[in-house]
Design a protein around this ligand. Structure first.
Ligand code: SF4
Length: 445
């Protein structure tokens, strides 16, 4: 068994950026207990899974991963295994009953209790902490030892929208915003540690309200914008029904707020949008996009689409395809509908077979590849400000970074540019990136 000073943890993260953020906080708390992070589960004395149940496939992956850990536990009987995140919240202590090799289970609200759970589990106790909405034990602001150029900061958790297909309100609970003071403190500490780009996270950032004074999300952006030595701000996700004028003005007017917006539509058919309980029509969504583009012409839009929602006809699906053409998304996350526990859609009639859903998904993604390429090709000739992250993954001598709109830009340049801003003339648009050449002097803001 490992001694105190040699403790090692492997954290396996599934799902969204919120989970990635929570995993970083888990790593920080465990580091304070003397746990160093390791890459592989077979090197660890403690394995923590941070799970996702938003889609059926994501949940299946979690179960197959947990199943494989049984062998490790047999070989290393001192190994502790904990499951956190949305699957933990959804299944509660039934997970402990079903999977005897698990030591503890904790929902997203119990994150702050992780050190205590590890201590108890090491004493041989098996426990589950999954009550939602209970006052969460606060997690100290934890700045990683090597934070890099970019970091995420959660501004709110949970969701009150109850889209009919979505499990989030049941596993993440109702909306709760962090105070602006706490958020600003965390961003400032990250910037002091060298971070230059912050992504503010929430299931629906437009519902943000500072519990200490009522500041809204546009107001919060204005405050974050004033933090010295921070260069770039992004945020995700925005619910179209809540995207107001204030936020559009912040996108247009605040220099550090990047021209990128993730605005999930989910469908282009009014019938489906109603059944999904999305709270807007196709015309309202398209009107929002038109107004946004008027005020922020360079904005790059991202979307989410669900294909094969119960009752979706070929006609409904074609309306989604035509909406893709009207909007011109820069990037698109698309998924086949799957039943989720607790949800209204799970009880609807008119479920589509997997083959039809699969065919529609392939068709939609093929169209998006063409449209996304057109969006990228239209960037040729522009000069873009790029935050250079380091050498490109592919292509010798190329450096890589992101434009203000969030597009990957690769260009020939010296390695010393890493961590700096460069002006790059775009020469070619490709499917997933842009190619360019260094245009002018580089530096900091
Ligand atoms: S807005 Fe809808 S899809 Fe998004 S998290 Fe809330 S309930 Fe789920």
């Amino acid at each position: 068994m490992a001694s105190q000073s040699e403790k090692r943890v492997h954290i396996a993260t599934f799902g969204c950026q919120m989970n990635a953020y929570d995993s970083a906080r888990m790593a920080g708390m465990l580091a304070q207990m003397g746990y160093a992070q390791v890459e592989r589960p077979d090197q660890a004395d403690l394995i923590v899974l941070n799970t996702c149940s938003v889609r059926h496939r994501a949940e299946e992956k979690v179960y197959s991963y947990v199943g494989e850990l049984k062998r490790l536990k047999r070989e290393r009987p001192w190994l502790l295994i904990g499951v956190g995140g949305c699957v933990a919240q959804q299944e509660g202590d039934s997970l402990l009953k079903r999977l005897p090799h698990l030591d503890f289970v904790f929902g997203p609200d119990a994150l702050g209790s992780l050190p205590e759970m590890v201590t108890q589990a090491a004493r041989g106790k098996r426990l589950a902490l999954t009550s939602l909405g209970a006052p969460a034990r606060p997690v100290d602001i934890i700045i990683p030892a090597e934070p890099g150029l970019k970091a995420m900061v959660t501004v709110m958790t949970g969701c009150d929208n109850f889209c009919s297909y979505c499990v989030v309100p049941y596993v993440r609970g109702r909306e709760r915003s962090r105070t602006a003071g706490e958020i600003l403190e965390e961003v400032a500490a990250l910037v002091d540690a060298g971070v230059r780009e912050i992504t503010l996270l929430g299931q629906n950032v437009n519902s943000y309200r500072d519990p200490d004074g009522g500041l809204d999300f546009a107001g919060l952006l204005a405050r974050v914008d004033q933090i010295k030595d921070l260069w770039r701000i992004r945020f995700t996700t925005s619910h179209p029904k809540d995207l107001g004028q204030g936020l559009t003005e912040a996108l247009a007017g605040l220099d550090k707020v990047m021209e990128q917006l993730h605005l999930p539509a989910q469908s282009g058919s009014d019938r489906m949008l109603k059944a999904m309980n999305r709270g807007y029509t196709r015309a309202q969504y398209l009107d929002l996009v038109r107004r946004l583009r008027e005020m922020v012409p360079q904005v790059a839009l991202g979307g989410d689409i669900i294909v094969g929602f119960p009752g979706e006809t070929r006609q409904d699906f074609e309306q989604t395809l035509s909406m893709l053409e009207e909007v011109g998304y820069d990037f698109l996350y698309s998924f086949k509908y799957s039943d989720r526990p607790f949800t209204r859609a799970g009880r609807l009639e008119g479920k589509l077979d997997d083959e039809t859903k699969g065919r529609r998904l392939v068709e939609l993604q093929a169209l998006q590849r063409v449209l996304g390429l057109q969006e990228h090709q239209a960037q040729a000739g522009r000069v873009e400000e790029v935050l250079v992250e380091g050498p490109a993954k592919h292509g010798q001598g190329l450096m890589s970074g992101r434009s203000r709109a969030g597009r990957v830009v690769n260009f020939p340049g010296p390695p010393e540019l890493a961590g700096r801003l460069a002006m790059v003339r775009i020469t070619q648009g490709r499917e997933n990136s842009l190619l360019g050449e260094l245009a002018s002097a580089t530096g900091e803001r």
